[in-house]
Design a protein around this ligand. Sequence first.
Ligand code: CXF
Ligand code: ZN
Length: 363
Amino acid sequence: MKMTAAVVNGEKRDFELEEIELDAPKDNEVLIKLVATGVCHTDVAGQDGLTTPMPVVLGHEGAGIVEQVGAAVSSVKPGDKVILSFSYCGKCRNCLEGHPGMCEKFNDLNFAGPNFDGTHRMHKDRHDLSLFFGQSSFATYTVVDEHNIVKVPDDADVDLAYLGPLGCGLQTGSGSVLNYLKPEPGATIAIFGMGPVGLAAVLGAKVAGAKRIIVFDRKESKLAFAKEFGATDCYNSLQVNPEEVIKDIEPGGVDFSLDTTGVPAVAETAVHILRPAGEAVLVGIGGDLKLYMMTNLVAESKKVAGLVEGDAIPQKFIPEMIKYYQEGRFAFDKLIKVYDFKDLNQAMDDFKAGKVLKPVVKM
Ligand code: CXF
Ligand code: ZN
């Protein structure tokens, strides 16, 4: 069928809305009419040519309505509201052990271009367009594997247009805390960077009952959100030295820390401020880290983990986030600004300039 997709035809080029040919769903696949898609920092990396061969259709926080299902699909039917999340094989050891974000094929399935069976789904003038996260949801329609699909619970009384970001950025932040670190009530956590991922981590830490949620950012408006979401101690990192702050307010160090900035010096700080046996999770993507094995890690039994997608099983965790939202404990909708799909370039510019926390484009 023909549909409209926002194509990136070369590194750092603007999105161009083009008429594209979309394949029919195979047995394991689902055709989705997209309603809206969130913008995430990995889309920026994709547009810059850092992740996926060009030309590419980006977008990986899609939400929409099922239009048609393949013969082997059992989890959804036409008319169902769905959120799209990342691709995973469902068969490797990590997938089988309940960690699809650690799928052995994660990079191939999400970034290499083709889908599970090695073929593409979108074409223009007989040329293949790369898929992104198996969903390429900056488009009016898409075809995805059943693994990418999360059915919106029937009793969820939420605007579907807002739900796409649960499929990546918000799951990454809150899942890192709730699925991976699992702080006990009363724990202490420091979170660096109050973009959507860091703010979702604050929401997760609050849901977990963390006693002290210490946050750092350079922008007062983001710190204000963090405070509203439950951060107990908010600091502008242009004005204070985070290591000094932690020495002052938690002299033994914090139980957990999370870096969302990807800035190496900040990630190093996230390790320095841990108590002995504490754990730092890194979810930002930056360069080389400088850590002294003896003093920074081994002698204090500290742990550092890189983590993607909040160690979530999307089909389990996304409904949990929706439940927290309905209970008034996960007000992620406050971060969202809705744009028209045709204004995707504007949405992207505003996002990169830090003018909006979570743009969503509506088809
Ligand atoms: C990405 C971050 C970089 C590694 C792969 C997953 N997460 C979300 O966009
Ligand atoms: Zn993302």
